[in-house]
Design a protein. Structure first.
Length: 569
C-alpha cells in the first residue's frame, strides 16, 4: 500500500495519483475544468466490496470536485444479464449514499449509434467481417512471442463487408458464423491491438431491447464510445484494462468522436479471506453453498447490508485503503476496524444472553420487579438511558459460569460473588444439574445494599456480567456469522484444491432460544445494536416460520480471529 492514499489523522482526504491528474487537468484548463466520472457495472451479478471501492472513488471524486458521475450499465451480453441485477445494483449504490440524478444510462441506449459508427469504420477501411471459427481466430491471433497472421477475410471489399454486417444484424446467420473486427495490426506487440472483435452474433433476448438485435458490441468497442457520448472526462478502470488503453484510444480516433475521455487505471481491491470473482460468487450461490447473493457471509454489498454493516463504514474503509498503482492484498482487519468504529458510535447498547443459563435469586422477593437505568451509548451522551426490568429469575450467559474456575476467571463460580451490570452483587450458592449431569440452574443470593454496584462497606468485585430478566425476556434466534473462508487467499488454491476447499465450516452458527431485554421487541429490520460484551448485531429482515425474530451478528467487539489463527483454538 506504499503508493496508496490513506485517510489522514485529521479525517481529511489525502492526495493520490488520480486526484493529482485531475488537479493538473483543471489547472491546465483541460476539459474546461469539468470533472465528469462514471461507474459502468455489467448487470450479470451483484455488486461486491471491490465494486464499492470503485463506486466510492468515482462518485466521491465527482462530489469532491463539484462534478458529475453517471451510472451506466454495460448491458452488452444478454446471455448473462438480468433485470434483477440492474435493480439490485441501483439499490446498493443508493444505499452506499450516492446518486446520479437524471444520468442513468445503459450501453444499450447507444446500440443504434454504435452500429452506425461501426458501418462508418467499415466504409473507412478500418473494420471488416471475419468468418474464421473461434478456434481458427485463436490460432491466427498468435502468441505473446509470435505475431499473428492476417485473416483470409481481412481484405473483403467494403461492399461485401457492409452486406454481411447488415445480414448479421438482421439475424440471418448462426452464432459464431461471423464477427466484425477492427483492422489494426496483427503483428502488434499488444495482443489487444490484433484486430479485436467489435461485434459478435448472439440470438439472445435482451432485458431492455428484447429481440431487436442479433449482434451485440464488445466491451472494448462500447466503453470508450459511451464515455465520449456522455462527456466523461476521466474514465477510471482497474489495472487489468491497462493493456486495453491503446485500443480505447484507437477506437476514439477511428470513430472520429469530438470528445476524448482519458482512461486511468488503478489497482483493484483484493481483500484477505474474500473472493470477489463474480463467476466464483455465482458458483457459491448456484451450488447452494451460501443462502443467495445477499447471504451475510458474502462480500456483496447486499450481503453486507443484511449483515448490518453501515454504509458509512464501507465508505470509510474505501477511503482508508486509498488508490494504488499496483495490485496488493488488503488486510480484512482494516474493514473490520471501520465497521467497529462506525457501529461503536451509532449502535445502542442492550442486554442479551445468547446461551442462557437460568439463575434464581433465592432471597429476592417473589413477584417483585424493579427497573434499572442502563446507558444507551457511552460514546454518545445525548443517547440517554433506558429502563431495564429486574426480577427474581434471570438468565446469564452460560460461559459466565464455571463450576471449577481457573485462577484468572473473574466471573461466576460456586461461592463467588460478581456484579450484575446496572443491578446488584450476587453470590452463587448452589448448582442444579439434570440427570445427565448438565448444569441447568444456579441458586444465588443477592446483596440488597449493592444496588448500582455501590456497597456500604465499599467492597468491589472484579467480575461484571450481563443478564436478562426471565419474566420479561424476548426470545429470538441469533446467527453468528464469521469469515466465509479459512485462509487469507482462497483463490490461490494449490495441490489440486479449489477455493471451495477453503470454505470455513464455522462461518455460520445458529443459536436458538436466545434471550433479549424486552425493549428490542420493537426493533426494526436492519437496525443495529451492540449486545453488551458480545458484539454488534442487526435485525434480519426475515423471521423464523413461527415469527421468532432473528438477529445477525455483524462483528465481534474485538478481533478474535488473529488469536484463533495463532493458537488454533
Amino acid at each position: 500500500m506504499s503508493e496508496s492514499a490513506t485517510k489522514s489523522e485529521s479525517g481529511e482526504k489525502a492526495s493520490n495519483f488520480i486526484r493529482s491528474i485531475i488537479d493538473a487537468d483543471n489547472h491546465s484548463g483541460k476539459h474546461q475544468g469539468r470533472v465528469h466520472m462514471r461507474f459502468p457495472p455489467e448487470p450479470n451479478g451483484y455488486l461486491h466490496i471491490g465494486h464499492a471501492k470503485s463506486i466510492c472513488l468515482n462518485f466521491g471524486l465527482a462530489r469532491e470536485y463539484g462534478g458529475l458521475c453517471n451510472l451506466r450499465f454495460d448491458d452488452t451480453n444478454p446471455s448473462k444479464e438480468e433485470l434483477r441485477y440492474v435493480d439490485s445494483m441501483i439499490e446498493d449504490i443508493r444505499w452506499l449514499g450516492f446518486d446520479w440524478g437524471d444520468r442513468l444510462f445503459f450501453a444499450s441506449d447507444y446500440f443504434a449509434r454504435l452500429y452506425e459508427l461501426a458501418r462508418q469504420m467499415v466504409e473507412d477501411g478500418l473494420a471488416y467481417v471475419d468468418s474464421l471459427s473461434a478456434a481458427e481466430m485463436r490460432d491466427y491471433r498468435g502468441t505473446l512471442k509470435e505475431p499473428g497472421r492476417n485473416s483470409p477475410h481481412r481484405d473483403r471489399s467494403v461492399a461485401e463487408n457492409l452486406d454481411l454486417l447488415g445480414r448479421m444484424k438482421a439475424g440471418e446467420f448462426d452464432e459464431g458464423a461471423h464477427v466484425l473486427r477492427a483492422k489494426i495490426d496483427m503483428a502488434a506487440p499488444n495482443i489487444n491491438m490484433r484486430d479485436p472483435v467489435m461485434y459478435r452474433i448472439l440470438h439472445a433476448e435482451h432485458h431492455r431491447t428484447g429481440n431487436d438485435w442479433h449482434i451485440y458490441p464488445t466491451y472494448d468497442w462500447t466503453h470508450g464510445q459511451s464515455d465520449s457520448f456522455e462527456g466523461v472526462t476521466h474514465s477510471l478502470c482497474t489495472l487489468e484494462f491497462e493493456d486495453h488503453r491503446p485500443l480505447y484510444e484507437w477506437f476514439l480516433d477511428a470513430a472520429k468522436l469530438p470528445h476524448r475521455p482519458q482512461q486511468i487505471e488503478f489497482a483493484r481491491l483484493n481483500l484477505d479471506y474474500t473472493i470477489t470473482s463474480k463467476r466464483k460468487l455465482r458458483q457459491l450461490v448456484e451450488e447452494g453453498l451460501v443462502d443467495g447473493w445477499d447471504d451475510p457471509r458474502m462480500p456483496t454489498i447486499s450481503g453486507m447490508r443484511r449483515r448490518g454493516i453501515p454504509p458509512a463504514a464501507i465508505r470509510d474503509f474505501c477511503e482508508r485503503v486509498g488508490v494504488a498503482k499496483r495490485d496488493g492484498k488488503v488486510d480484512v482487519s482494516m474493514l473490520e476496524f471501520s465497521i467497529r468504529s462506525e457501529l461503536n458510535k451509532q449502535a445502542p447498547r442492550v442486554l442479551a444472553v445468547l446461551k442462557p443459563l437460568r439463575v434464581v435469586i433465592e432471597n429476592y422477593p417473589e413477584g417483585q420487579t424493579e427497573e434499572f437505568d442502563a446507558v444507551n451509548n457511552p460514546e454518545d451522551a445525548s443517547a440517554g438511558t433506558r429502563k431495564v426490568p429486574f426480577s427474581r429469575v434471570l438468565y446469564i450467559e452460560r460461559d459466565d459460569f464455571m463450576e471449577e474456575p481457573p485462577r484468572k476467571f473473574f466471573r461466576l463460580g460456586p461461592g463467588r460473588e460478581v456484579r450484575l451490570k446496572y443491578a446488584y452483587y450476587i453470590t452463587c450458592k448452589e448448582v442444579v444439574k439434570n440427570e445427565a449431569g448438565e448444569i441447568v440452574e444456579l441458586r444465588c443470593s443477592y446483596d440488597p445494599e449493592s444496588r448500582g454496584g455501590n456497597t456500604p462497606d465499599g467492597r468491589k468485585v472484579r467480575g461484571t456480567i450481563h443478564w436478562v430478566s426471565a419474566e420479561h425476556a424476548l426470545t429470538c434466534d441469533v446467527k453468528l456469522y464469521d469469515r466465509l473462508f479459512s485462509v487469507p487467499r482462497p483463490e490461490s488454491a494449490q495441490d489440486g484444491k479449489t477455493f471451495l476447499d477453503y470454505l470455513n465450516p464455522e462461518s455460520l452458527k445458529l443459536l436458538e432460544g436466545c434471550k433479549l431485554e424486552p425493549g428490542l421487541a420493537s426493533a426494526s429490520p436492519g437496525s443495529s445494536w451492540q449486545f453488551e460484551r458480545l458484539g454488534y448485531f442487526c435485525v434480519d429482515a426475515d423471521a423464523t416460520d413461527d415469527g421468532t425474530p432473528v438477529f445477525n451478528r455483524t462483528i465481534t467487539l474485538r478481533d478474535t480471529w488473529a488469536k484463533i489463527q495463532q493458537t488454533g483454538k
